[in-house]
Design a protein around this ligand. Structure first.
Ligand code: GLV
Ligand code: MN
Ligand code: MN
Length: 416
């Protein structure tokens, strides 16, 4: 197979990324596309149109994961999977996840145009709810596929309005039972996800491709604080049970725990703080916090989780308020499969493209795909390492390089 034959139509891909970015509930350049909202449903229809135009056979599962398959010459063999997500957190950019879905489509179209006949099928996946925005849990689709999340627990997840995942997916038109989402053993021979790096290393070192060796271990806590609301003028200071003051102590304890871990790989963030009743002249009687804690290793990550739990208990005790802590997820890290990393590195060598072996500090659906098949990830640089912001940017040239590497890696894994 001659690598020169793999031609990426980057103008087409850039246009499709731009079209996809229009499906948003915030004005450009910000993108907000939350699971099963109107923009998400429109984005899904748009994608299916593109998959169909490429002659791929499309399947939805009951969780809303979308599969688009290019059959290989031996379609009974386990397929090679690729893909990512198209949901977007509030006020984010247009490249997170989307590059791995539309880029996978462009890779397949480039492979189709070579005239090569690959042995294994290639299956593109658009995963449901990689982002935890709506249901507090990320990677819902890939967790279900890989039996990492029981169907009953997924069905019962609630959004902030109290609607369950089960209700919301049905309303979005997803039929069938969640119990049927797990993929049969051996469905995939390998899985490759292309993604923007979401960090600064590739750009800083002027290396166009990252081959991911492992994905860091994420955990998240939801904390409900219940104290006493009351009149901001009438209630004297010694009589207060102010939950926002407790939350402030907790937020700083989260930061301190990561700072004092002695590890550059430890990170901890309180990204959600909802205050009730949220009036300037009322004492905050209820607060909801969501806390994200990660490390490349499990043990230091869990140590920070334990320290944060202790800080919550101490603050609540001292202030006489109630604290309920829910562990939303605490996932172990995942290692990439050696054969997938080798396929990515071989593709880079053939294209004479420098490649850096690196860890993913963000999580991805590949973290869960690793539980059912060897996985690998291709990172491309993004400007200043910025992500989860409207000014997120990857150049067409950077994306095109990633797609060529993806196409060749898929071809190698699929065999001829
Ligand atoms: C994925 O979006 C993550 O938060 O790592
Ligand atoms: Mn993201
Ligand atoms: Mn992502």
């Amino acid at each position: 197979m001659e690598s020169a034959k793999v031609e990426v139509n980057v103008a087409r891909l850039t246009k499709e990324l731009e079209q996809l970015a229009q499906f948003s509930e915030t004005d450009p350049p910000a993108v907000t596309r939350i699971l099963f909202t109107q923009p998400d449903l429109k984005a899904r229809a748009f994608l299916k149109g593109l998959f169909a135009a490429a002659g791929l056979s499309i399947r939805d599962d009951p969780a809303g994961n979308i599969f688009a398959r290019w059959p290989g010459s031996d379609s009974a063999l386990p397929a090679v999977g690729t893909g990512s997500h198209t949901d977007a957190i509030p006020f984010s950019g247009r490249y997170d996840g989307t590059v791995g879905v539309l880029g996978a489509l462009e890779a397949v179209r480039a492979l189709q145009a070579t005239g090569w006949r690959l042995r294994r099928s290639i299956e593109i996946v658009m995963f449901t709810s990689e982002e935890p925005t709506r249901f507090g849990l990320g990677c819902v689709g890939s967790r279900l596929m890989s039996r990492s999340l029981p169907a009953a627990r997924a069905a019962a997840l609630k959004d902030s309005s109290g609607a369950t995942f089960e209700e919301v997916r049905r309303a979005a038109g997803c039929s069938g039972e969640l119990e049927s989402v797990p993929l049969p053993v051996g469905h995939y021979f390998a899985f490759v996800e292309m993604h923007i790096e979401q960090g600064p290393l590739l750009e800083r070192e002027a290396i166009p491709i990252g081959a991911v060796s492992a994905i860091a271990a994420p955990a998240a806590l939801r904390v409900r604080l219940e104290g006493e609301s009351g009149h901001a003028g009438g209630v004297l200071m010694p009589d207060r049970k102010d939950t926002l003051c407790a939350a402030a102590e907790i937020v700083l304890a989260v930061e301190r725990a990561a700072n004092e871990s002695g590890r550059a790989d430890s990170v901890a963030t309180t990204g959600v703080c909802k205050v009730h009743p949220g009036a300037v002249n009322a004492i905050p009687g209820r607060v909801l916090l969501e806390i994200d804690i990660r490390d490349t290793q499990l043990e230091p990550r869990d140590r920070i989780v334990a320290q944060v739990r202790q800080a919550i208990a101490q603050s609540a005790d001292r202030r006489g308020i109630r604290a309920e802590v829910e562990l939303l997820n605490a996932d172990p890290p995942a290692e990439a499969g050696r054969e997938v990393v080798s396929a990515i590195q071989a593709a880079c060598r053939r294209l004479e493209t420098p490649c850096k072996l690196m860890v993913s500090r963000a999580y991805h659906d590949a973290l869960f795909m690793a539980r059912i098949c060897p996985m690998g990830m291709i990172f491309i640089p993004c400007k200043d390492g910025i992500s989860h912001r409207p000014d997120e940017y990857s150049s067409p040239d950077a994306i095109a390089k990633g797609v060529r590497v993806l196409a060749l890696a898929l071809a190698e894994l699929a065999g001829s």
